[in-house]
Design a protein around this ligand. Structure first.
Ligand code: NAD
Length: 290
């Protein structure tokens, strides 16, 4: 297939490279010259104009920083410029309202659009092992699925337009809450005189079992190997967790959902980020528990 890829940063760069490996002809556009040079070295054809990149394509994939950018890229350079009927796949993490709005604009012009945010970080993007949660019509999902399968290990149809973003922010709100819960329990156990490794051994096989404890233990040298063992470098940055929590809080407000724990988690991550920890893995929040 002929696929335009817009936004070849930390995530998009590896995803586009995987599409090339799958035999697709990838037409890359990014505002950054460095990102374009890297895409070229990975076998993409590069363009300095998005409208040109989407000419004659079967599909457009985007991996951009936020909803305002996604909306402007799609309304200025994709809708009305890519061939009618093309599949449009926005894999960025953005707010639910913008995802629905852009999808409506695209669908009205005859495109098959999905929101398809991802779970998994840069390593999963490079390795082609992302999980995609997809929102859009059955027809749009069917068009997007084979393309997404070339970049991930799981592709799940969540529901109509916006459902992918809904799944993503609700999942990450749960993750933030559970990570803070694990941090709190582990540090309290330690303060009460229990060895953290013993706490891990017991709780990871008891009802405290959860991904944050069992697969991502936030203390160095305890439980499984995780970013904690690399001084909280790599992994899922605090800045990105905070971005997702802000999106979750905005969505909760829009539908008047009660999220007392989500709101508390968002405020704890606001403080942690404000203290200069944006670049650390989100599990480093355990360091705030003395
Ligand atoms: P990034 O900043 O590395 O990449 C974004 C790219 O978009 C950059 O290369 C930038 O130059 C380009 N860009 C910005 N505005 C543009 C425009 N108008 N036209 C064309 N290109 C433009 O960010 P990233 O880490 O790759 O994240 C991308 C998306 O993926 C975000 O929505 C993020 O929330 C989501 N995400 C990231 C991770 C992660 O671990 N990094 C994990 C899951 C989801």
């Amino acid at each position: 297939m002929k696929i335009a890829f817009i936004g070849l940063g930390n995530m998009g760069g590896g995803m586009a490279a995987n599409l090339v490996k799958n035999g697709h002809e990838v037409r890359a556009f990014d505002l950054s010259e460095d990102a374009l040079a890297k895409a070229k070295s990975n076998g993409c054809e590069t363009f300095t104009d998005a409208k040109e990149a989407v000419q004659g394509v079967d599909a457009v994939v985007s991996m951009l920083p936020n909803g305002a950018i996604v909306k402007s890229v799609y309304s200025d350079a994709v809708i009305g410029h890519a061939p009618e009927g093309a599949a449009l796949l926005d894999c960025s993490t953005i707010d639910v309202a913008t995802a629905k709005e852009v999808s409506e604009m695209a669908t009205a012009k005859g495109y098959k659009m999905v929101d398809a945010p991802v779970s998994g970080g840069i390593a999963a993007a490079d390795g082609g092992t992302l999980t995609f949660m997809v929102g859009g019509s059955e027809e749009a999902f069917a068009a997007a699925k084979p393309i997404l399968e070339g970049m991930g290990k799981a592709v799940i149809h969540a529901g109509d337009a916006g459902a992918g973003q809904t799944a993503k922010i609700c999942n990450n709100m749960l993750l933030a809450i559970s990570m803070i819960g694990v941090a709190e329990a582990m540090k309290m156990a330690e303060k009460l005189g229990l060895d953290p490794q013993k706490f891990y051994e017991i709780s990871s096989q008891s009802s405290g079992y959860c991904w944050s404890l069992n697969a991502y233990t936030p203390l160095p040298g305890v439980g499984v190997e995780s970013p904690a063992d690399k001084d909280y470098q790599g992994g899922f940055a605090t800045a990105l967790m905070l971005k997702d929590l802000r999106l979750a809080m905005a969505a909760a407000e829009e539908v008047d959902a009660g999220v007392p724990l989500g709101a508390r988690a968002a405020s704890l991550y606001e403080d942690f980020s404000g203290a200069g920890n944006d670049g650390l893995d989100f599990s480093a929040i355990i360091k705030t528990y003395k």
